[in-house]
Design a protein around this ligand. Structure first.
Ligand code: ADP
Length: 437
C-alpha cells in the first residue's frame, strides 16, 4: 500500500518537474538546456538521498525522521521500521539474558559450565565460586579438575562423563569441612553443566545414621550372646513342657544374631572406601560355592557349576565370597525341591567377567525388581522369614560389588526362576594362576 502510493506520487512529481522545466525552457527558448539542468538536479538529489540511506544503514545510527514523500521516503520509512523492530528485539533479548544470568547467579546450588573436551571452565556462578574456591575471572579457562588436586576421583569422574550418578561426598577445595556433590548435565554438544551442591548436613546425618546402626548392632551383640548361651543350656528333654517354647526362642535369637551380624557387615562395608586387592582363585571359589549350595540344599536340588571363563579375579576374597554365597543361598532358599541351580562363571563381551547364579525357583514379579536390593525389602516377608532371611543379603551383595566397581544384574520371571549376576569390568580380571588351572 505504502509502496504503491509512493510509486504513484513519485511518478506524478517527476512528470510535473520535467513539465515545469520544459515550460521554463520553452519560455527561455532553451528547452534542451532546461531538461539537462532538471536531470542534473534530480541526479544530485538522488545521490544525496542514497548517501543518507547508506549512512543510516550503518548499524550504529538510527534513522530519526523521514524526509518528504515518495520512493526515497518510503525506503527510509521501511528502514526506520526494521531498525526499530531490531532494536526492540535485541533489547528484549539482552533483558532476557540478563534475567537468566541473574537467576543462575542467585541459585542456591553452584552452577558451572565446562568444555566437554578438556573440562576447562567457561562460566560459573557465585555459589560455585564459594564451594569450589574459584576466583573471577582468573579461574576461567582453567580445567575444573585442577581445583581438586588431592582428590583424583574428581578427575576420573569428569573424564568418564558419568551423567546418571552424581559424585558425592567430595571435600570442598575452599574448606575441607564442607562436603559437596557434583552432578554432570549434558546441555550442549560441546559443554557440560556441572551442578555443585553443599551436602555437608546430609553427609553428617548419613554418618549419624550409620554410627547409630553400627552402635546399636554392636550393643545388641553381647546381650544376644548371653541369651543364646542360656538358651543352649536348657535341655528340652529335661523340660518337655517348655520344649516348644525353647525351640522357638532359639530360632528367634538365632535370627536376631544373624540380623545383627548382617547389619554390622553393612556398616563395615559402608565405612570402607577401598578393599584389599587380593588374587581370587575362581576354580577353588566355585568348588566352595558348590559345597555350600549342597550343604544348604541337603540334596533337594540339582546343583550345576559351569566354569567357562578360565580366568581369575582380583578383589577382597572375604567380601566377594560373602556376596557370591549370599546369591547361592538365596537361590537355594527360593527354589522349591527338585529345582535346578546353576553357578556359571563366564567372560563378558567387554573382556570383563560374570558370575551368575541361575535358579529355576519362584521368581520375582517385575514390579519388585527395582527395589529388591534395598535393605529389608522382601517380595514375600513370610517366605523370607521361614527360610531364615534377614532382608539384608542383596544390599550386602550390591555394596560389595560397588566396592569392586562391579554391578548386580537381575533377571527374573515368576514361576520360571531368577538369574542374579555379578558383573566385573576388565580391570578385575586376571589370568588364571597355574595352581588354579
Ligand atoms: P532375604 O534375607 O530376605 O533373602 P535378600 O536381600 O537376600 O533378603 O533378598 C531380598 C528379597 O529378594 C528376598 O526376600 C526374596 O523375596 C527376593 N529374592 C532374593 N533372591 C531370590 C531368588 N533367587 N529367587 C526369588 N526371590 C529372591
Amino acid at each position: 500500500m505504502l509502496l504503491r502510493l509512493a510509486w504513484r506520487q513519485s511518478l506524478i512529481r517527476l512528470l510535473l518537474f520535467y513539465a515545469l522545466a520544459l515550460g521554463i525552457g520553452l519560455v527561455l527558448d532553451e528547452p534542451w538546456w532546461a531538461l539537462g539542468i532538471a536531470t542534473a538536479v534530480l541526479a544530485a538529489r538522488a545521490y544525496w538521498r542514497l548517501y543518507r540511506v547508506l549512512r543510516f544503514l550503518d548499524w550504529r545510527k538510527q534513522l530519526r525522521t523521514v524526509d518528504g514523500q515518495g520512493l526515497w521516503a518510503a525506503l527510509e520509512t521501511l528502514i526506520h521500521r526494521r531498525q526499530t523492530e531490531n532494536r526492540t528485539r535485541s533489547r528484549r533479548l539482552v533483558r532476557l539474558l540478563r534475567a537468566y544470568r541473574q537467576a543462575a547467579t542467585a541459585m542456591p546450588d553452584g552452577a558451572l559450565v565446562i568444555h566437554r573436551r578438556d573440562g576447562r571452565l567457561v562460566w560459573f556462578n557465585k555459589t560455585a565460586r564459594h564451594l569450589v574456591g574459584l576466583r573471577y575471572p582468573q579461574s576461567l579457562t582453567e580445567p575444573l579438575a585442577d581445583f581438586f588436586p588431592e582428590q583424583p576421583r574428581v578427575r576420573e569422574w569428569l573424564a568418564s562423563g558419568q551423567t546418571d550418578e552424581p559424585l558425592t561426598d567430595v571435600a570442598s577445595p575452599a574448606d575441607p569441612m564442607v562436603r559437596i556433590s557434583l552432578r554432570l548435565i549434558p546441555y550442549s554438544p560441546t559443554q557440560w553443566l556441572v551442578v555443585v551442591r553443599d551436602v555437608t548436613k546430609l553427609m553428617r546425618l548419613e554418618q549419624v545414621r550409620r554410627d547409630f546402626v553400627a552402635n546399636v548392632s554392636h550393643e545388641l551383640r553381647t546381650p544376644l550372646t548371653v541369651v543364646h548361651g542360656y538358651l543352649d543350656m536348657i535341655e528340652p528333654e529335661e523340660h518337655p513342657d517348655l520344649a516348644v517354647m525353647v525351640e522357638e526362642m532359639r530360632r528367634q535369637s538365632q535370627r536376631m544374631t544373624q540380623l545383627v551380624e548382617d547389619l554390622l557387615t553393612l556398616s563395615r562395608l559402608e565405612a570402607q572406601e577401598h578393599l584389599p586387592e587380593e588374587p581370587l582363585g575362581m576354580a577353588s571359589m566355585l568348588v566352595t560355592l558348590r559345597r555350600e549350595a549342597e550343604a544348604l540344599s541337603q540334596g533337594r536340588h540339582q546343583i550345576v557349576v559351569e566354569d567357562l571363563a578360565g580366568c581369575d579375579l582380583t578383589g577382597s576374597v572375604k567380601e566377594l565370597h560373602s556376596a557370591f554365597s549370599n546369591l547361592v543361598s538365596n537361590a537355594v532358599r527360593y527354589t522349591p525341591t527338585d529345582g535346578r541351580i546353576t553357578i556359571r562363571f563366564s567372560r563378558t563381551a567387554d573382556a570383563g567377567a560374570r558370575l551368575a547364579v541361575i535358579d529355576s525357583g519362584y521368581g520375582i514379579p517385575a514390579q519388585h525388581l527395582p527395589r529388591i536390593t534395598e535393605r529389608f525389602y522382601r517380595v514375600s516377608t513370610s517366605r523370607s522369614r521361614e527360610s531364615g532371611g534377614t532382608g539384608l543379603g542383596l544390599s550386602i551383595v550390591k555394596h560389595v560389588l560397588s566396592l569392586h566397581q562391579g554391578r548386580l544384574e537381575i533377571e527374573s520371571e515368576v514361576g520360571r526362576g531368577s538369574t542374579f549376576a555379578c558383573v566385573f569390568g576388565p580391570a578385575r580380571v586376571r589370568a588364571r594362576s597355574a595352581a588354579e588351572a
